[in-house]
Design a protein around this ligand. Structure first.
Ligand SMILES: [Zn+2]
Length: 288
């Protein structure tokens, strides 16, 4: 069933667990995470990132995400990930997305605040939740290096707890993406995470906190981040890699494969990977 982000994150915050937000830019990954949510009876956030427009146009995949969310036994929120402009965000809302992220993290503080507030005013009239980002998670969603970030250390962009307090008060957002040492994409070196910063931001704000660049962390890191106050974990790269690794292993057994065999193999591997992460995020370590 289709749900609002605010509603499921409120429950996650009260229960001290996190909900996985998985990017689903193709049919296999979309079906994999929905099946995993149904198997583990977990709430699920389906992310469509604006940067994936080229491989999965919003107007095509959005209505499919909506249909599958309605038909599922799991509680599913449809969320626009890293929305960069009002036009694209409005398109997602029109399709039926119940939540949107406005990513103004590269803008100066005041501009990020003003634009986030504008999106909140527009979205809340339609009962759509809004996530905004303060501080910056390094590297763009979808991989690569942003040339503007080449000489910067992650610490330069960590979220300031006092600013987070002021930002949430002024904008009226429903969830806040924070920066404390994670990065998008594959980790070349082990990330250094500032868990204490999550706790400090938690004390200063009253809304659920979001971790981007989550995939690739150890189970222990996830549990520590969730215990410190993270309630939404954005997850994509390592889920997609799980599909790729399974296909690579299948090619070792058999040199010639049909594409439908490849896609089924990847889907099953991603479903298993998503299942494990959903149980972990719910702190159900025994089931992991
Ligand atoms: Zn992100």
């Amino acid at each position: 069933m289709l749900v609002n982000l605010k509603q499921i994150l409120k429950e996650a915050k009260a229960g001290n667990y996190a909900i996985g937000a998985f990017n689903t830019p193709n049919l296999e990954i979309l079906q994999a995470v929905i099946a995993a949510a149904e198997e583990t009876q977990s709430p699920l956030i389906l992310n469509h990132a604006q940067i994936h427009e080229k491989i999965a146009p919003l107007d095509l995949i959005g209505p499919l995400m909506l249909k599958l969310a309605h038909e599922s036994s799991a509680e599913i929120c449809l969320h626009l990930d890293h929305g960069e402009d009002q036009e694209y965000i409005s398109r997602a809302i029109k399709i039926g997305f119940t939540s949107v992220m406005f990513d103004g993290s590269k803008l100066p503080y005041q501009e990020n605040l003003d634009q986030s507030k504008k999106i909140v005013e527009m979205a809340h009239t339609q009962n759509v939740s809004v996530e905004a980002e303060l501080g910056r998670v390094l590297r763009p969603e979808g991989g690569g290096v942003d040339p503007a970030e080449e000489d910067l250390k992650a610490e330069d962009y960590y979220t300031d707890p006092q600013k987070a307090h002021d930002f949430c008060q002024a904008t009226g957002i429903d969830a806040l993406a924070i920066s404390f040492g994670t990065a998008h994409g594959v980790y070349d070196i082990e990330p250094k995470l500032d868990f204490n910063r999550i706790s400090l931001i938690r004390q200063e704000t009253d809304i659920p906190l979001v971790m981007h660049g989550g995939s690739g962390l150890s189970d222990d890191d996830f549990l520590k981040a969730i215990a410190a106050g993270i309630n939404k974990v954005n997850y994509f790269t390592y889920l997609s890699l799980a599909g790729g690794d399974a296909v690579k292993a299948m090619f070792k057994q058999k040199a010639t494969l049909r594409f439908d065999e490849i896609s089924e193999c990847a889907q099953l591997a991603m479903q298993k990977h998503a299942r494990e992460k959903m149980l972990l995020f719910k702190n159900n370590v025994a089931g992991h």
